[in-house]
Design a protein around this ligand. Structure first.
Ligand code: SF4
Length: 67
């Protein structure tokens, strides 16, 4: 696990998601889950339609990670 907000977008291989199922909007680390938000691990503005190598699917009923 990377440190909180310890990754640059380049290090995380942040990129547009080719599959919406594996995008930031479906990742447990994005908050808030709006069009633009933040990420627990990757620094900077996070777009819902992008993704990175740290993607983890969120599970139903699981609370947002602490921000
Ligand atoms: S896919 Fe990567 S950048 Fe997007 S919310 Fe998840 S960990 Fe953060």
């Amino acid at each position: 696990m990377p440190n909180v907000q310890g990754l640059s977008k380049a290090a995380a291989n942040y990129r547009p998601a080719s599959n919406p199922q594996f995008s930031c909007g479906q990742c447990k680390f994005m908050f808030p889950r709006l069009a633009f938000g933040g990420c627990r691990y990757v620094r900077g503005v996070i777009r819902r339609g992008d993704t990175c190598d740290e993607f983890k699917p969120r599970h139903n009923g699981e609370p947002n990670p602490p921000s």
